[in-house]
Design a protein around this ligand. Structure first.
Ligand code: SF4
Length: 721
């Protein structure tokens, strides 16, 4: 691909605005003990000490991010105020190479789309390289007047803020440019990691960040996404073109763990298990998470046409075997060293058919399941090449494929219901299945033009806009607009799983599956039949999953491969042997002595703190935990009729209402009354289990018990009670 400027031109246009030197602290037991603070308004660069209290209470990763953000913003701060920060932290286990899935970074910021604290988990090498350059976190505040690059030179202990006028904005180009610019030679590119966003992040609220790693077999940079909540939009609002780190300090013991032998032993055990079982279980090494497509369709869980339906006969056009053929096989696709689960698949040499790079052959990272379902089936699109093209442009333009898919599907349903027409869309025929219109919408977002600008505000703001400007029925839009707390739903149909309805809507950041995914436990296996069972699951699993984000870990090696005897254990859904692995990893790195119970307590502190953070920002109470009805049950007669036998049976057997003689409209109404009541009963049970009051506010005794009853935390909680 041709770049507009040569690397020499780009380099000579850089002007150093600030230079800061430091002595890189070696990492000891998972921590360097220092955070890099950068203010882009004042060009201040300084080092902050990581305190023992931070390590004890917030652990690292998402916990550190929330703590720094809490101290940086007030309840009045908005996402585009200079006070807002972007914090990146890998956590204490992050960066080990012995155990699969240990290279994640956690990104935290005030979200443009929710207005509260957002956390996003991402692969790529930036987080670990930053740690091995001496920093447990980077905290970026302020706004630059012109585009800048922040460079951390870990080998020489130097940080610079550089004016960077000539680089591209779109990630597939700028990540290559920055990698080449800061590497000494081609072999050295492996030592450089970058973070960038894209043009659409500038014009929408759903911008994401791309974290790169250099793939020496493909001789190109690969991109992994911190997708959720619009942090890419914050990044570009701060006029950051890129973050770059370079270090050669990448060894198997760079974390200087307390017990290297324990890490080796735990890692070898899982490597062998993956080798034995992956081909028989989830096929992550050959299909990545795209192996889920036909499974979700078979279980009626694949979102189709804005979550109206859960399956489609054409889903098989995008099934796992289709992706297996498209993914380049034989290359170990781990997004960090040592990840033998290796699900970071890619389509190589894909020739683009549209947009500014039409005709170019590119590497496309993915698609992962969420992308196939989001920009594919949820929009009624079942053409795999169209999905790959949408995937590529979402990535390089810096927009989240999940939000893009869900908001496009919403706009399509509005179009089909004539709430918006070609007049409002500027000629775009946004019918379900029209991938050309979806692509054009995406290109408009990147250009900041037309209906792309309206759609790029996200589902919540589109609803308000359509009501205000097009006289749309607010109740119908509320029912079909798949967002909660402002964040677009990720890609699972939750209508038939009460626990998953809570798993989505009772989250801190909004409906994202990385917090709780209970559909199989609840709907398929019926392992959590009572409200108390569901509440227990909605206590344990979000906390267990939160723990990955405190430590720089990927969730996938936890349960996308399992020991052979796992089904015979007491609690197979928890995968007890793997939970013990994580206890061993934490103890092996930090030298502490936690057990499985303490692991959950660690998360519980941060989780409750994040709930209070929501309260601080004006959210975090019961009314914000109510899902759109589309995620709870059938909104329209069409949806009811498509599953008539199932719903009639449920009305009779569960709700005690005979469907005989009722019109479909009446049945939809009765079903809704029943399901909404069930949901409220679930909320009561979950709040009780979590130690929150009936409004969803953590009780003072809960905060005390967790030792997070800090003065300002208690003050906020008291003011909301
Ligand atoms: S399992 Fe996949 S996403 Fe997770 S660390 Fe490994 S390659 Fe990355």
């Amino acid at each position: 691909m041709e770049n507009k400027y040569s690397i020499e031109q780009i380099k000579s246009a850089h002007k150093i605005l600030k230079e800061f030197t430091y002595v890189p602290k070696p990492v000891n037991k998972g921590y360097s003990g220092e955070t890099l603070y950068v203010n882009l308004s004042t060009n201040e660069i300084k080092i902050k000490q990581v305190t023992e209290r931070m390590k004890d209470v917030f652990i690292g990763g998402r916990g550190f991010g929330l703590w720094y953000l809490w101290n940086a913003v007030t309840e009045k701060t908005r996402w585009n105020d200079p006070e807002n920060e972007i914090i990146i932290s890998p956590g204490p286990i992050g960066g080990i190479t012995q155990y699969p899935g240990a290279g994640k970074s956690l990104v935290v910021s005030l979200s443009p789309i929710t207005g509260s604290a957002m956390d996003s988990n991402v692969g790529g090498y930036f987080g670990p390289y930053m740690k091995f350059s001496g920093f447990d976190a980077i905290e970026i505040q302020g706004k630059a007047p012109k585009d800048v690059v922040v460079f951390i030179d870990g080998d020489n202990g130097r940080v610079t803020i550089e004016e960077a006028p000539l680089e591209d904005i779109n990630s597939h180009i700028i990540c290559e440019q920055l990698t080449e610019l800061y590497a000494k030679d081609e072999a050295d590119r492996l030592h450089v990691a970058t973070v960038a966003s894209g043009k659409a992040a500038e014009h929408t609220l759903i911008g994401h960040l791309n974290f790169s790693f250099y793939d020496k077999r493909r001789k190109g940079t690969r991109l992994k996404q911190a997708g959720r909540g619009g942090i890419g939009t914050v990044f570009r609002d701060k006029k950051i073109k890129g973050l770059v780190v370079r270090t050669t300090n990448i060894k198997g013991n760079s974390n200087t763990p307390a017990d290297q032998a324990l890490l080796n032993k735990t890692g070898i055990k899982l490597h062998k298990e993956i080798h034995r079982n992956d081909d028989k279980q989830c096929h992550m090494r050959t299909q990545g998470t795209a192996h889920l497509v036909e499974i979700m369709s078979d279980y009626d869980l694949l979102p189709v046409n804005n979550f109206k339906f859960g399956s489609h006969e054409k889903a098989r056009q995008m099934a796992s075997w289709v992706w297996e053929k498209k993914f380049t096989q034989g290359i170990p696709d781990g997004c960090w060293f040592g990840c033998t689960l290796a699900c970071a698949k890619a389509v190589d040499g894909f020739q683009l058919k549209t947009g500014p790079y039409k005709g170019d052959k590119v590497i496309v990272d993915g698609p992962e399941y969420e992308t196939v379902a989001g920009v594919g089936s949820c929009c009624g699109i079942f053409d795999p090449d169209a999905v790959v093209e949408l995937n590529f442009y979402c990535d390089t333009y810096g927009v989240d494929t999940i939000s893009f898919g869900t908001l496009t599907a919403f706009a399509m349903e509005c179009f089909e219901n004539k709430i918006i027409t070609e007049k409002e869309t500027g000629g775009l025929k946004l019918n379900f299945g029209n991938h050309e219109a979806a692509l054009e919408l995406l290109h408009q977002m990147a250009r900041g033009e037309g209906f792309g600008k309206v759609a790029g505000m996200g589902v919540r703001r589109m609803k308000e806009y359509f009501v205000k400007n097009y006289n749309a029925d607010p109740k119908f839009l509320q029912d079909i607009g798949m967002e909660c707390k402002g964040l677009e739903y990720s890609q699972y149909v939750s209508k038939e799983s009460l626990a998953q309805q809570g798993g989505y809507a009772l989250t801190n950041k909004g409906p994202q599956h990385d917090e709780a995914w209970l559909i199989f436990m609840d709907m398929v296996n019926n392992h959590i039949p009572t409200f108390e069972n569901k509440a227990e699951a909605l206590h344990y699993f979000p906390l267990f999953r939160t723990w990955f984000g405190l430590n720089g870990l990927c969730k996938l090696p936890w349960n996308d491969v399992e020991p052979e005897d796992n089904p015979k254990t007491d609690e197979p859904a928890k995968v007890p042997e793997h939970v013990q692995n994580y206890v061993d990893l934490f103890n092996g790195v930090t030298g502490k002595k936690i057990d499985k119970k303490e692991l959950i307590r660690m998360s519980e502190r941060v989780y409750n703190f994040q709930r209070v953070f929501n309260l601080k920002m004006g959210f975090g109470t019961r009314e914000h935990d109510i899902p759109p009805y589309r995620s709870v049950g059938p909104v329209t007669c069409e949806e009811y009729e498509s599953r008539k036998d199932r719903y009639d049976k449920q009305l009779k057997e569960k709700a005690g209402i005979s469907p005989e003689g009722l019109s479909t409209e009446e049945k939809v109404k009765k079903m809704r009354e029943y399901r909404e009541k069930q949901y409220q009963m679930l909320v009561d049970a979950v709040y009780k289990r979590r130690g929150w009051n009936e409004k969803g506010i953590p009780k003072l005794e809960t905060l005390k018990d967790l030792s997070i009853d800090f003065e300002d935390v208690v003050k906020i909680v008291k003011s909301k009670m």
